[in-house]
Design a protein around this ligand. Structure first.
Ligand SMILES: [Zn+2]
Length: 444
């Protein structure tokens, strides 16, 4: 917590009259706090000075709510909002092969992807999410929606060794991913390109290595779904090396720029290896529960020092992108699974949608906590609600009682995108109407 240096310094904006959950290394919580922003960054943060607030162009009253860092969703497929509720309550293989893959091959067009992604952005912003780590096909159209919405994102064009939407010849998959990286390298301070391989069972070792080489050459994140189901460890290549994680390691795919999504079926040897390599983990409890994939050993990941962030996965397998609900589920899933009420306490889970999520995707220097010098990605939770009263512990309230609908204000890089629960720069009724129109052909 630091003070502004000069009395005559004028900030762009001050957000005040809130309980600030900083998520800084000391996990400080400041009652009657304020945050001062200039040029998109946090310039000062603290409890309200006795002599009054410093000067600012605009002063916004948080009305006693909880002020916290914008939430970070470490795994999304934004356009899959189009398939929300299309096929539920099915075994994973049937769900994927009989429903999702056919729906994707029929309906994943540039136009549909754009509208689905824009709907996703609206949902995310209204729920307090300010950064996502996304991967899909036609990722250019996803990026177009993200840029329009003003979200912060790490984005990867999907790589898969099968004909895919927009990449009919799999021999072009790495070239297509590389072109995406080149287009978005310096496009916007908010969008960072990455490389996203679907999985070890849909990409050959050669494809995985080329994709990782592309990511390494650009110093960007390599994302991959790994060990979501038990079957993945039964594949011949996985058996040969002892596990799918060890197979990936033998091909030098694991390092601190690799994000493993799911990592449900991993053993103690895998966990030690992942910790040694410094990989990030995206934990998607609702998706894993809905598809009956299993329970990732998250308390063991945390004990090993791994950076674990929560992700919602796509809307076909969740079926929403509400990180508040995901926190509640994450905390309770591991408690009941281990029959231990002590594991996954509220503060730990809160870090998994803020600083630890930022660590997992390599952005902890920029986002994930409210500290001087970091990007001004800030949200306010309106606590003037029956289900948020009384308020003893803000971290407990955020994890166990708050919902995405309680988010009143959302700011990214110092710019308000949501105020008093209203999207300022997106036309929500027309976005919703457009997706309803598209859904008529998808659902028929
Ligand atoms: Zn996924």
């Amino acid at each position: 917590v630091s003070r502004y240096a000069e009395n005559d310094l004028k900030f762009d904006l001050i957000l005040h009259n809130g309980i600030i959950v900083t998520i800084n290394p000391a996990f400080e919580i400041l009652s009657d706090g304020y945050v001062a922003v200039k040029n998109g960054r946090i310039q000062a943060i603290g409890t309200k000075p006795k002599k009054g607030l410093p000067k600012a162009v605009r002063v916004v009253d948080a009305q006693g709510g909880i002020i916290l860092p914008g939430l970070v969703n470490t795994h999304t497929h934004l356009p899959m909002t189009l398939f929300r509720g299309l096929a539920d309550d099915l075994p994973l293989a049937v769900w994927l092969e009989k429903h999702i893959f056919p729906a994707e091959s029929a309906h994943v067009t540039p136009t549909n992807v754009y509208h689905g992604a824009l709907l996703g952005c609206a949902e995310l912003l209204l729920g307090g999410t300010t950064t996502i780590c996304d991967g899909y096909f036609f990722e250019d159209q996803v990026a177009q929606a993200v840029l329009e919405a003003g979200l912060r994102a790490v984005m990867g064009q999907g790589v898969i060794d099968y004909p895919a939407p927009g990449v009919s010849d799999p021999a072009e998959n790495i070239r297509t991913a590389a072109a995406f990286v080149a287009r978005y390298r310096d496009r916007s301070p908010l969008v960072k390109p990455s490389v996203f391989c679907h999985s070890p069972y849909t990409c050959s070792a050669a494809t995985l290595q080329q994709a990782k080489a592309l990511a390494a050459a650009n110093g960007i994140l390599f994302q991959i779904h790994v060990a979501e189901t038990r079957e993945e460890n039964r594949a011949p290549y996985a058996k040969k090396h002892g596990s799918v994680v060890r197979y990936l390691d033998r091909h030098e795919l694991l390092d601190r720029h690799t994000l493993l999504v799911h990592a449900v079926w991993v053993d103690a040897t895998d966990i030690a290896l992942l910790a040694d390599r410094g990989c990030g983990i995206s934990h998607n409890p609702e998706s894993n529960m809905k598809l009956a994939a299993g329970v990732a050993p998250v308390p063991q990941f945390l004990a090993a020092g791994l950076a674990v962030g929560l992700g919602t996965d796509g809307c076909a397998s969740n079926n929403d992108m509400d990180l508040f609900h995901e926190m509640d589920i994450a905390a309770k899933l591991h408690k009941v699974h281990l029959r231990d009420a002590v594991v996954m306490d509220a503060a730990t889970v809160l870090k998994m949608v803020t600083i630890d999520a930022a660590r997992a995707i390599g952005m902890a220097a920029e986002i994930g906590s409210l500290e001087v010098g970091k990007a001004a990605d800030i949200i306010v939770v309106d606590t003037r609600k029956p289900h948020l009263t009384p308020l003893y512990n803000p971290d407990s309230q955020l994890v166990y009682a708050a919902r995405s609908a309680d988010v009143s204000h959302v700011m990214i890089a110092g710019r308000f995108l949501v105020e008093k629960r209203r999207l300022l720069h997106l036309d929500l009724p027309s976005i919703v109407a457009q997706v309803h129109r598209l859904s008529r052909s998808i659902g028929s």
